[in-house]
Write a protein that binds this ligand. Structure first.
Ligand code: FAD
Length: 508
């Protein structure tokens, strides 16, 4: 039998590295495994991942993190979804919310009943968001914790936080449970002469750190997975041509909307993420259509507060590693791939990678079937997100710049083309339970971008007109009723979750 895996070396101390360290020590026990994390303060971290999606709750709950400690420590706010401005056309806006639209009827999706009503009442703008609690609460700037009640709309949410503070929070968690941190820059990676497995990393000062399993969390450079093992990268920039971002935080404004704003620009898009102590901003763009200087000028011209630090440019290629797990190296975070931050999926992919890896964690050696299974699961996760992101660009009426003309005419993957065709013809989104973006997300984004289904499921015709009107009316009333009970997002934070920085700003 192959020897037992005992020593885990995590290369990198960004969000990915510390998320891995915290999850390993919790799942495997700090006394049973020797877990070492190596990071270099000189190299630093990307540190701009600020917006998340609801599954982050599962990761935090797994660690046993108490919400108010975490929110205060990371200057977090609550997120109900993303408002997309100017994506379909200039001046248009729609909301991609968390949580469902309406209540399914006899196992059939609410959207089919909505579209029957929509056509019966003469069409016009699609306003299915009226039946989603997160959309209504977000548009009214409200947030709170609601008790789950059967048959009533629920409020699903995620967080927006300072990624550097999140990493620091997880570091305290992991170190407190036995993870050892080594500061230093890795200058050499050693491999077994026959198997090619990584055996140790060497730091600039000569220290050698040996391991059985290596987690590559070294960021875009992919120190082990690419620079050492040459796993290869699938470049998706023909579909997702963004290759730069300029990020620039500014002072926060008085209102604190419980959502992220993504505003389409001439050659990309801009994010606005409200935190307790500042507003995160960034312009994600394609350098074939706009220079870095011009992209920074565009960003700075659209800030609604004073800059708090200098703009920082980040460069990337959208895509993923051909294999996330190769030999005894598993890539997580930016070392594994990057799909641009439009739907806040990167931190989720770290979490999903960890959950899948821990589920398959080998006690002894490295079974090729387990490695292949892990890689297949990761591929599927990336592929689903890739198609969803491409749809935001492909389904648009914008025609006002070379960038928009390119992304609208580009030939898209067959899987996405099929989905768009089927949705247009039938209102079916073909989404599967294993996919991150389910029916609600596809309906929100495709209809928001301007793709209205021409038909709906025949089961929706079985309900008589009065019953359908009653069902829709009752759900809408329940949404409004629940929203009325919520405080404003800012009030909610001030009363229950205010960080020191938030309180200092209030006093100033
Ligand atoms: P990094 O933060 O780059 O960390 C790499 C680590 O490796 C560092 O600690 C570094 O010191 C260490 N390292 C590297 N080389 C060596 C070496 N030779 N020796 C020792 N240590 C080394 N995600 C979201 O979920 N939501 C968002 O809103 C979001 N927005 C983003 C916006 C932009 C513009 C970008 C680029 C990314 C965004 N992301 C977002 C992604 C998110 O930032 C990353 O997924 C997350 O920060 C994880 O990064 P990482 O830990 O993989 O890499």
């Amino acid at each position: 039998m192959q020897s037992q895996i005992r020593k885990i070396v995590i290369v990198g101390g960004g969000t990915a590295g510390w998320m891995a360290a915290a999850a390993f020590v919790k799942a495997l026990g700090g006394h049973l495994y020797d877990i070492v994390l190596v990071e270099s303060e000189d190299i630093g971290t990307v540190g701009v991942g600020e917006a998340t999606i609801p599954p982050i709750m599962e990761y935090n709950a797994f660690l046993g993190i108490v919400e108010d400690e975490f929110v205060k420590a990371t200057n977090a706010t609550f997120k109900l979804g993303i408002e997309f401005r100017d994506w379909r056309r200039l001046g248009h806006s729609y909301f991609h919310p968390f949580g469902v639209f309406g209540a399914d009827i006899d196992g059939f999706s609410f959207s089919h009943f909505y579209f029957r009503h929509y056509y019966q009442t003469g069409g016009g703008p699609v306003d299915i968001g009226k039946y989603n609690l997160a959309t209504e609460a977000a548009l009214q700037g409200r947030f709170g914790h609601l008790k789950r009640e059967a048959g009533k709309p629920q409020l699903n949410y995620a967080y927006q936080f300072d990624a550097a503070l999140y990493a620091r929070f997880l570091r305290r968690y992991a170190e407190g449970r036995g993870v050892r941190r080594q500061e230093g820059c890795i200058t050499d990676v050693r491999q077994h002469p026959e198997t090619g497995f990584v055996t140790s990393v060497q730091l600039q000062d000569g220290r050698i750190i040996e391991g059985d399993l290596f987690m590559d969390c070294s960021g875009f450079r992919g120190l082990l997975i690419e620079q050492t093992l040459k796993t290869g990268y699938l470049d998706w920039s023909q579909w997702l041509p963004m290759d730069r971002a300029v990020a620039a935080p500014c002072e926060r404004t008085n209102d604190l909307p419980p959502y992220t704003i993504a505003t389409a620009r001439e050659s990309g898009w801009q994010w606005r993420i409200p935190l307790q102590h500042r507003t995160g901003n960034g312009h994600v763009f394609c350098s074939a259509y706009i220079s870095e200087d011009a992209a920074a000028d565009t960003l700075l011209a659209h800030l609604d507060g004073k800059l708090t630090s200098d703009p920082k440019v980040l460069r990337f290629t959208t895509g993923r590693r051909r294999k996330a797990w190769c030999k005894n190296v598993v890539a997580l975070g930016l070392a594994g791939g990057f799909l641009e931050p439009l739907e806040s999926t990167s931190i989720h992919l770290i979490q999903a990678g960890l959950a899948k890896f821990l589920a398959l964690f080998p006690r002894h050696g490295f079974n090729p079937h387990i490695i292949a299974e892990y890689n297949a699961q990761i591929e599927e996760a990336y592929d689903n997100i890739k198609d969803f992101l491409i749809a935001h660009y492909k389904v648009s009426e914008r025609n006002d710049s070379p960038f928009w003309r390119y992304v609208r005419q580009v030939e898209i993957p067959d899987s996405l083309q099929t989905r768009l065709d089927v949705f247009r013809a039938t209102c079916q989104t073909l989404s599967r339970d294993t996919e991150l973006f389910r029916e609600v997300s596809w309906v929100a984004v495709l209809t928001g971008q301007g793709l209205t289904p021409e038909d709906y499921h025949p089961a929706a015709d079985a309900m008589d007109d009065d019953e359908l009107r009653l069902h829709l009316g009752q759900w809408r009333a329940a949404v409004l009723e629940r929203v009325k009970t919520l405080p404003t997002h800012e009030d909610f934070i001030r009363r229950h979750y205010a960080s020191d920085a938030f309180l200092n700003l209030q006093r100033a």
